[in-house]
Write a protein that binds this ligand. Structure first.
Ligand SMILES: [Cu+2]
Length: 106
């Protein structure tokens, strides 16, 4: 997305429909999020309710800096059912659309 027009998967978070476009996974699944930063800014990415592993055997993190032009895979175990926000931790990026919901039930 263009500078100052942030989103996830080309979609801006819709505050009127917060679960619209939610990323559906299944409990017990090992999930891989592949993130590509197409902007010129850093984005500290965070997923609530889980820790992510950077790459197949990298460190486990709470928040991962995604550099301009960088692609990272972030793996997590879907072991905490619910609706969880994933977002850029720069609050003004998240509030302007760089947020999404990962959801699954028990
Ligand atoms: Cu950001």
């Amino acid at each position: 997305m263009a500078n100052f027009d942030w989103g996830l998967n080309g979609r801006r978070f819709d505050h009127e429909d917060p679960t619209g476009g939610a990323f559906q996974v299944a409990e017990g699944q090992r999930v891989r999020l592949t993130l590509t930063n197409t902007t010129d800014m850093w984005h500290p990415m965070h997923l609530h309710g889980h820790h992510v592993q950077v790459g197949a055997d990298g460190p486990r993190k709470d928040t991962v800096n995604l550099l301009p032009g960088q692609t990272l895979s972030l793996d997590f175990d879907a072991d905490n059912p619910g609706l969880w926000m994933t977002h850029c931790h720069n609050v003004y990026h998240g509030e302007s659309g760089m947020m999404g919901v990962v959801g699954y039930s028990a």
